[in-house]
Design a protein around this ligand. Structure first.
Ligand SMILES: [Zn+2]
Length: 448
């Protein structure tokens, strides 16, 4: 009897331990507010980082800024036995491509890849932006510190590289500085094309754009809440026949809020709630702010999962503004307005999401579901190389998050007894040795 109790206790503790990984807490601790502060200051001090600004000076303009960013990644790489592959990715954008491109410009991104040990061609990406702007989007000479928009996202990506380069991961992690955002999302387009041309298997893109403001124009001060924007379903499919088939499928089986970007958003939400319960992740069920855009969109356009991570309360007097004082209001996106304890928290959210995903096996590619007019729901999926088990998730049809789950071990089909298929939505995730999980996959096959 005593032995049995011991066995039950041990089994139970192993299961409990498997749910969190102590390494993740170390990663949160290692993110440095001080380094973020220094890096945002350095970036803001380049005067302007407008995409069309000077590229020759060593102290002012986007050329100096991108060389400095590359030098940071190079230094990080030196400290980890060349664990990063660092390079510029560039595309020429011709004058007149749109109204904001008033001269030919080379749009240059900075890329740093930490190669995965087991799945080198699978990538989880964290992006920030290099470029900044003032009131007139074609003004490439005026001072444009872009401290919050978006030196914070850029500094976050550099800091995440410093922290995560101390570890090894099964999948590759990319730290990315994108240019041309304010001119029309050109850097993201170039990088998404590069990823397609090189057959990258992208797990997801975490686009960070403005992660340092806690005092909103709405008067709310909040250093706990942040937003995760995601589009509901992919818009990359263009074949009319397949589109019609998908729409018909969604009408009868659901899936209108379960695209790949939405699953990535739920993953960030879950990872934050698990490891950083002091934070308040807020999923927003739209691509981006109302009528506005960001650098995850070109990745979505190319068929990749991508989301935007962002402060919850924006301040428009400090966004895309000429630096000036008017009616007692200090306009401009200056260094003083950035809250670094908050910026540190959001950087940590990225770092732990990437560490978890890069430690997890790939998600199953095929998930079938059945159980029409039955008292149980059946799920079946393909075996994933590297997975030690699988977890079925389900939720009420009105819930934004996967609220119920069951670890089912190393099997490829399972029947949830007593769970009526009509009343829930379902998905399956692969689980790795240390408990890290893939994103949840919504069923893509109906079993009859
Ligand atoms: Zn902006």
């Amino acid at each position: 009897m005593k032995n049995l109790i011991t066995i039950i206790f041990l089994t139970f503790s192993i299961l409990l331990i498997a749910q969190t990984d102590p390494k993740i807490y170390d990663i949160i601790e290692a993110v440095s507010e001080e380094r973020l502060r220094n890096d945002v200051k350095t970036l803001a001090d380049f005067g302007t980082r407008h995409t069309l600004s000077d590229t020759l000076s060593d102290t002012r303009g986007i050329g100096a800024a991108r060389r400095w960013i590359k030098s940071q990644f190079d230094n990080i790489s030196k400290d980890c036995n060349d664990c990063l592959k660092v390079f510029f990715q560039k595309d020429l954008v011709a004058k007149g491509t749109n109204q904001r491109i008033v001269k030919d410009v080379m749009v240059v991104n900075v890329v740093a890849i930490q190669r995965g040990t087991k799945y080198p061609n699978r990538y989880i990406i964290m992006s920030g932006d290099i470029d900044s702007r003032v009131s007139d989007p074609t003004d490439f000479t005026s001072d444009s510190p872009g401290a919050n928009d978006n030196a914070t996202g850029m500094a976050g990506a550099i800091e995440a590289a410093r922290v995560l380069s101390k570890y090894k991961f099964e999948s590759s992690i990319v730290y990315l500085g994108l240019s041309g955002e304010e001119q029309g999302l050109f850097g993201g387009q170039g990088m998404a094309r590069y990823a397609q041309e090189n057959n990258w298997d992208i797990i997801g893109v975490l686009n960070n754009d403005m992660i340092g403001n806690i005092e909103g124009v709405d008067g709310v001060i909040d250093n706990r809440t942040f937003r995760i924007f995601s589009e509901p379903i992919t818009t990359a499919e263009t074949d009319p026949e397949r589109l019609a088939r998908q729409a018909r499928g969604r009408r009868f089986y659901g899936g209108e809020v379960d695209g790949i970007s939405r699953q990535l958003a739920r993953y960030v939400h879950k990872t934050t709630e698990t490891y950083m319960p002091e934070m308040n992740p807020m999923m927003v069920y739209r691509l981006d702010r109302f009528g506005r855009g960001g650098h995850h969109r070109p990745f979505n356009d190319a068929g990749f999962a991508g989301i935007r991570i962002m402060e919850a309360h924006e301040n428009y007097t400090q966004q895309h503004q000429d630096i000036r004082t008017e009616d007692g209001i200090n306009y401009g996106d200056t260094f003083e307005h950035v809250n670094f304890p908050y910026c540190k928290k959001l950087t940590a959210v990225n770092a732990i999401t990437m560490a978890s995903l890069a430690s997890a096996p790939p998600a199953p590619s095929e998930v079938g579901i059945g159980g029409i007019v039955e008292p149980s729901a059946k799920l079946k999926w393909n075996k994933v190389d590297g997975a030690t088990g699988y977890k079925i998730y389900w939720r009420d049809t009105t819930s934004p998050t996967w609220d119920y789950s069951r670890y089912v071990g190393d099997v490829t089909e399972f029947t949830l007894e007593g769970i009526v298929i009509d009343n829930f939505l379902f998905g399956v995730a692969a689980v790795g040795e240390d408990g890290h999980e893939s994103v949840v996959v919504f069923p893509n096959k109906i079993m009859r």
